[in-house]
Design a protein around this ligand. Structure first.
Ligand code: C5P
Length: 403
């Protein structure tokens, strides 16, 4: 989504500017052409040289700088931008933008651009909560500006409150989401499951498995980046909820089934990457089980098979973690669960499967065709799987009423 995109990064005068350096760096590393525009106040905190060194591009500071390529036509940046991001955005700059004031390079660029605009506010909590600021923000939102943050936490004054610049990952996630709006999954609703379920034995113990949730979270992020509206039904994981994704947290297989049956009513595709416990204790003990006896037996009962149960007219993708006969077992599951695609991997390989960031999978389709993929990052695997989902989606419609 980010590669080769022209992104204007507007930087204004806040102590949080150091985080903008990181945003510029990450975007540049991902292949974006980042044109930084700094206000005068921003230059009190860091020099343009920092951004120039990070982005390898000139930094716009002055409207009438005789040696700047931008000064020749002050709307050059605005015209070629795929996206404008203002991070950090002070209360003052937000007010100026809401009033259409264009007395510097950033104001001109924002006023002149037709590209989407993301604003990441950073300011003192009282300034943020002031009605004037709130009205300015509401006005810009009405005009289609996307806001990210601010977050709650320690502010420059040392006080705790709402006004911190959003986390870098949150800003980057919003950038990907906005750039992806016209992707090949725009207007589609994708439901993804991730992580392992936990089946309680007593108030302190549960049966679970080694799923980290990474594959499912990567699919959710990739689908978001391609413009989908994504519902992620997640078992407990240590992962951050992806920005711009509706996350439904569940613990047990039964809870996951209920959440998925509900979400699938609106789905264009369901990708079940979760490792669902096949069994659960017949009854969870009300109090902690004591170690009184040498042996302990717990009766287990079958959990619902979610993929087999969930009905509807959507593309169905299952995952199969296998330790032997990968292709044969995957084909049996594809048929048994009535899937369009199954993504299978050999979990005995150390570079693939549970917990790691890479996966070596093969994709089997309804016709029995097997496509083996090389070792890829889970995000790359996610995109390969979604490429196949896109081919299977009916051309004419998305289920979403609105984006
Ligand atoms: O049968 P097995 O668990 O190997 O099948 C794996 C696929 O089925 C995965 O996509 C998994 O999310 C899904 N599954 C399910 N409900 C279960 C068990 C697995 O939907 N109870």
């Amino acid at each position: 989504m980010v590669r080769d995109k022209n992104i204007v990064l507007g930087v204004t005068g806040s102590i949080a500017v150091y985080k903008a350096v990181e945003v510029a760096s990450k975007l540049t590393q991902e292949g974006a052409k980042v044109d930084v525009v700094m206000t005068k106040a921003a230059q009190e905190f860091v020099t343009p040289l920092t951004f120039r060194a990070i982005t390898n591009r000139p930094v716009a500071t002055e409207m009438f700088d005789p040696v700047s390529e931008f000064s020749i036509e002050h709307v050059t940046l605005a015209a070629r931008a795929d996206l404008v991001v203002i991070a950090p955005a002070t209360a003052n700059v937000i007010a100026k933008l809401a009033g259409g004031i264009a007395d510097d390079m950033l104001g001109c660029t924002v006023l002149a651009t037709k590209a989407p605009i993301i604003v990441a506010p950073a300011m003192d909590a009282n300034m943020y909560q002031n009605q004037i600021t709130q009205q300015n923000i509401a006005r810009l939102k009405e005009r289609g500006f996307t806001f990210v943050g601010p977050g709650y936490g320690r502010l420059a004054t040392g006080e705790i409150g709402l006004g911190r610049l959003a986390d870098i990952e949150e800003i980057l996630g919003t950038i990907r989401q906005v750039l992806g709006r016209r992707g090949d999954l725009a207007k589609r609703r994708i439901v993804v499951s991730a992580g392992g379920t936990q089946e309680p034995m007593d108030p302190v113990r549960h049966i679970s498995n080694r799923s980290s949730g990474k594959m499912g979270y990567a699919i959710a992020e990739a689908a978001r980046d391609r413009g989908a509206s994504v519902v992620l039904v997640s078992g407990p994981t240590a992962l951050h909820p992806p920005v711009g994704v509706e996350v439904i947290q569940v613990q047990t297989a039964v809870q996951m089934r209920d959440a998925i049956v509900d979400a699938a009513k609106q789905a264009d595709a369901l990708l079940m990457a979760a490792a669902v416990s096949d069994y659960r204790p017949a009854a969870a003990a009300k109090s902690k089980i004591k170690k009184e006896r040498e042996t302990l037996s717990i009766e287990l009962v079958r959990n619902p098979d979610i993929l087999s149960e969930v009905r509807g007219d959507f593309v169905r993708v299952g995952f199969a973690a296998e330790s032997e006969n990968v292709v044969e077992n995957a084909k049996v599951k594809l048929k048994g669960k009535n899937l369009d695609l199954i993504v299978a991997n050999d979990i005995t390989a150390t570079d693939s499967g549970f917990g790691v960031d890479t996966n070596r999978v093969l994709i089997v389709d309804r016709q029995g065709k097997v496509k083996r993929l090389p070792l890829l990052s889970k995000l790359e695997v996610a995109h390969k799987v979604l490429d196949r989902v896109v081919e299977l989606l009916p051309k004419s419609r998305g289920r979403m009423k609105k984006t």
